[in-house]
Design a protein around this ligand. Structure first.
Ligand SMILES: NC(=O)C1=CN([C@@H]2O[C@H](COP(=O)(O)OP(=O)(O)OC[C@H]3O[C@@H](n4cnc5c(N)ncnc54)[C@H](O)[C@@H]3O)[C@@H](O)[C@H]2O)C=CC1
Ligand SMILES: O=C(O)[C@@H]1CCC=N1
Length: 275
């Protein structure tokens, strides 16, 4: 079993630690680094995983999972560039950042795999997409796919699709949560107690997700199944269309894509460098 170090144990780093432990990984095989001591103590207590300083984590782990904000990457690279050796596997979860940026900063030949996961990893339901950098072999990719496969589903994509993945499934849970929030508000407006409204909406979301996953049909067919002639649903659908909700969602995902591209832009050697 490889030892995995999560470098930067914030929201997604914690989701990974928690997901791996739930999937049967031993806390002994996991490490994390965290710049805030209070946060580190909290995580050690919650999961029984050891916190370490960066040099120690890099020395002890086989797999280094980089999960700091893109804005904090330079400081992390400054601290690790000299100590990461090509026998380590670097896995980056950072939105926008190309594998080429890590390859330039680490020792020649260091394998890098770029991953875009999402927070449902916390409950074993992540959607992750993986792409290998230029020194990542098939066995590196398989190792990462096994790791992420234990906390959800995994697809392999060319790296130049990662900004689109980031916009769709990386950020996607936020859009579902937003929708749920808005529907609960609608229940409140109609006079339902908050707890009842929440239960109605959340279970409807879970049930719809299960139908989408298990059903053979297209979402349009499933929506038609709810939409009776002269019934209630079509009155609601007409409002969604009037308010341009479909276009708003497309615009939202497109804006998230642009931001992912922008986050990576300054880390490309020249503006034309592709992922
Ligand atoms: N939150 C999400 O849903 C997703 C986030 N990501 C990516 O994961 C990365 C982290 O995002 P979040 O977890 O949301 O951010 P976050 O801010 O919750 O976590 C980052 C953590 O890294 C720590 N940190 C920063 N610099 C450090 C250093 N030099 N050494 C040790 N610890 C350090 C911070 O204290 C913080 O706890 C980002 O690059 C983001 O693009 C990817 C997929 C989904
Ligand atoms: O909002 C963000 O930048 C990160 C990346 C994908 C989800 N959260």
């Amino acid at each position: 079993m490889s030892t995995i170090a999560v470098l930067g144990a914030g929201k997604i780093g914690e989701s990974l630690l928690s997901g791996l432990i739930n999937a049967g990984y031993s806390p002994e095989d996991l490490l994390f680094t965290e710049r805030y001591q209070q946060r580190a103590d909290e995580l050690s207590e919650r999961y029984g995983v050891r916190g370490a300083d960066l040099p120690d984590a890099v020395r002890r782990a086989d797999v280094l999972v980089v999960s700091v904000k893109p804005q904090d990457i330079e400081a992390l690279l400054d601290e690790t560039a000299e100590i990461v050796t090509p026998d380590k596997l670097v896995v980056t979860l950072c939105a926008g950042l190309p594998t080429s940026m890590f390859e330039r900063r680490f020792a020649a030949g260091t394998p890098v795999v770029r991953v875009m996961p999402n927070t449902p990893m916390l409950v074993g339901e992540a959607m992750s997409a993986v792409s290998g950098g230029s020194h990542a072999t098939e066995s590196h990719l398989e190792l990462v796919e096994r790791m992420l496969g234990s906390v959800g589903r995994v697809v392999r994509v060319p790296e130049n699709q990662q900004d689109a993945v980031t916009a769709l499934s990386g950020s996607g849970p936020a859009y579902f949560f937003y929708l749920v929030e808005a529907m609960i508000d609608a229940g409140i407006l109609l006079g339902l107690p908050r707890a009842v409204a929440a239960e109605l909406v959340v279970q409807s979301a879970v049930g719809s997700a299960a139908m989408l996953r298990e059903g053979e049909g297209h979402p349009v067919i499933m929506r038609e199944g709810v939409t009776s002639p002269a019934g209630t649903t079509i009155s609601g659908v007409r409002e969604l269309e009037k308010h341009g909700v479909r276009a708003a969602l497309i615009d939202a995902v497109e804006a998230a894509h642009s931001r992912s591209v922008e986050l990576g832009a300054k880390h490309r050697q020249d503006p034309g460098e592709s992922d």
